[in-house]
Design a protein around this ligand. Structure first.
Ligand code: PGA
Length: 250
């Protein structure tokens, strides 16, 4: 099954890096492994308007009114061919003090616009109520619109693993992803990702436990990113098999 690879460039990237990245995608083999979503800074979105991969935004405005200086509207993102939006990355929650209530509003704006949200959450122990609110917002949208062909990504990202070089343990990744699925009542429209210090060495094992990963650093390092696109998803790790059985995942 295709795994999702969300590439969050944060405040990185320039024209030169965009050109290099496009050259990596000239090799079509990755399409058998990954559904790639590149999330560059706003200033570089136009570099990828017609690309082999999907385009994501790192954020958007929670408001529909056009009087918020510096904010970016979902309709503007759609004009740039954006299809996905990251909602509430923990750096925004921690450093920019974005609160859950505002993030739920943002999620609704994204869904209303017909874009696919990638909602970042911390450990279930810390964020259980927020994850439930995300679930309720998603379900109430689905019910009002009576739409079945929608999708939401939930990216499990423990704060201590983001940018630290220390990924969460496989056990904890498996457990948290499983708990998130439970909160979403195993709805097939929900894809659960893991993010936090994923690299070319650990990605195959992690991918066995979830629907894909969210990459930070590794997506803005050309050599590392090329290695990841060539990674082998068929690794047979007995440790993973045991874990999967324990967590009852398929
Ligand atoms: P990292 O970032 O891969 O550099 O740890 C992950 C993230 O942005 O969530």
């Amino acid at each position: 099954m295709l795994k999702t690879l969300v590439c969050n460039w944060k405040m990185n990237g320039n024209l030169e890096y965009c050109a290099k990245i496009k050259s990596i995608f000239a090799d079509e083999n990755y399409k058998e492994l990954y559904n790639v979503i590149i999330c560059p800074p706003y200033t570089l979105l136009h570099q990828f308007e017609k690309s082999a991969f999907s385009l994501g935004s790192q954020d958007c405005s929670a408001e529909n009114e056009h009087r918020y200086t510096g904010e970016i509207d979902v309709e503007m993102l759609k004009e740039m061919s954006v299809t996905h939006v990251i909602v509430g990355h923990s750096e925004r929650r921690r450093c920019l003090e974005e609160k859950e209530e505002r993030l739920i509003r943002k999620l609704s704006v994204v869904l209303e616009a017909g874009l696919i949200p990638i909602v970042c959450v911390r450990r279930v122990a810390e964020d259980r109520e927020y994850i439930k609110d995300v679930y309720n917002a998603f379900m109430s949208f689905a019910m009002t619109k009576r739409t079945t062909d929608m999708l939401i990504y939930i990216a499990y990202e423990p704060e201590s693993s983001i940018g630290s070089g220390i990924p969460d343990t496989l056990y904890s990744i498996g457990e948290n992803c499983c708990r998130i699925r439970e909160i979403f009542k195993n709805d097939g429209r929900v894809k659960v990702l893991y993010g936090g210090s994923v690299n070319s060495e650990n990605i195959d094992d992690i991918n066995q436990l979830c629907d894909g990963v969210l990459l930070g650093k590794a997506s803005i390092n050309y050599d590392e990113f090329s290695k990841i696109l060539r990674a082998n998803l068929n690794c047979e790790s007995s440790q993973i098999e045991v874990l999967k059985t324990y967590l009852h995942q398929d």
